[in-house]
Every structure is written in C-alpha cells, then in structure tokens.
Design a binder for this molecule. Structure first.
Ligand code: ADP
Length: 168
C-alpha cells in the first residue's frame, strides 16, 4: 500500500472512499463536513439521517451522491479537551475504523482529511503522527488488506508540512 500526502479539496477526489470529519449527529456541520454535503448533494444527508448518529471514534458509510468518489465514510473525531479525555485513542480509532469499513466494502483507495484539527481543536502536531502511525499499524496487522492507496488530504499549509515531513 502507498501512503501519500496531497494538498487539495477532498470533495474533488476520484477515489473509492473519502472520509468525512463529521459530528456525532451526522446532520452536517461546517468545515470539511459542510463542503462534502454541499458538493455531494442531499442524498448523503438522507442516508446519514437513516443512520441516526455515530459515536466518537466510530464510522459509518454512505453514498457519495454527486461526488466523484464512490462512497463517503463518516467518522466522528474527538473534541480536544486538553489531552486527558482519551482524545488520542479516539482519534486513532477514527482512522482504524474507517480503514476497516473501507476494507469490508472492497474499497481500495481512501482519502482522509486531517480529522479533528479544525473546529475540534486537536493540535495538528499531535494529530499527524497519530494518523500516520495508525494507518501503518493497520497495514502491519492486516497484511492481506485490499487497500492500495491512502491519501492524507491537507487543506492548510501547516498540516501539509507536518505530513510531508513525517512521510518523507
Ligand atoms: P473537525 O470538527 O473534525 O475539526 P473540520 O472540518 O473543522 O473538522 O476540520 C478538519 C480538517 O479538514 C481541517 O484541517 C480543515 O482544514 C480541513 N478541511 C476543511 N475543508 C476541507 C476540504 N474541502 N477538503 C479537505 N480538508 C478540508
């Protein structure tokens, strides 16, 4: 499998699955969540409503509506509360559960945004190594994985630099 960093808008990507940094209601929000629902159209929200919400650290899958991706995986990142409320473990769970969901749906390429590092306030310098380590751990623990490409999509320069430095 390949881990790649890219500076782009996740809604534009032609991959099997893009991951949404949703909130636990799954009813839409700002940031990347808002961008995905705007670009993907109402079919995504309709399926999200049927799911009835999602606990922090877990993930659900829906149609990608009008997006070029095949599916959207919605995961709920932790809100940063200082680092002693299980935030790091919950963030790792988001990446792991999203990969498992992609795997179970035979999706071979997946693009992650920088979960929790926007409105949820997770320090970017702590989140980036958790994201990369969790993905690497997943592939070490699942050598038969069908997932071929994992993209870390960075929207801001700080995240792009962090991921580039860690991956290269
Ligand atoms: P959270 O509530 O999990 O912090 P946000 O959407 O506020 O979610 O931010 C998560 C990350 O998504 C941030 O790093 C933000 O810069 C990034 N982001 C916002 N819009 C997009 C987009 N269209 N494509 C990719 N990343 C985006």
């Amino acid at each position: 499998m390949n881990l790649k960093v890219q500076k782009s808008d996740i809604t534009q990507l032609q991959v099997d699955a893009i991951v949404n940094a949703a909130n636990s209601s799954l009813l839409g929000g700002g940031g990347v969540d808002g961008a995905i629902h705007r670009a993907g159209g109402p079919a995504i929200l309709a399926e999200c409503k049927e799911k009835g919400g999602c606990p922090t650290g877990e993930a659900v899958i829906t149609t990608a509506g009008n997006l070029p991706a095949k599916k959207v995986i919605h995961t709920v990142g932790p809100i940063w509360k200082g680092g002693h409320q299980n935030e790091k473990e919950l963030l790792a769970e988001c990446y792991k559960n999203s990969l498992e969901l992609a795997e179970n749906h035979q999706l071979k390429s997946i693009a992650f945004p920088n979960i929790s590092t926007g409105v949820y306030g997770f320090p970017k310098s702590l989140a980036a190594p958790i994201a990369i380590d969790t993905v690497n751990d997943y592939f070490n623990e699942n050598p038969q994985s069908i997932i071929e490409d994992v993209y870390f999509i960075c929207f801001d320069d700080e995240n792009y630099k962090l991921y580039s430095d860690l991956l290269n």
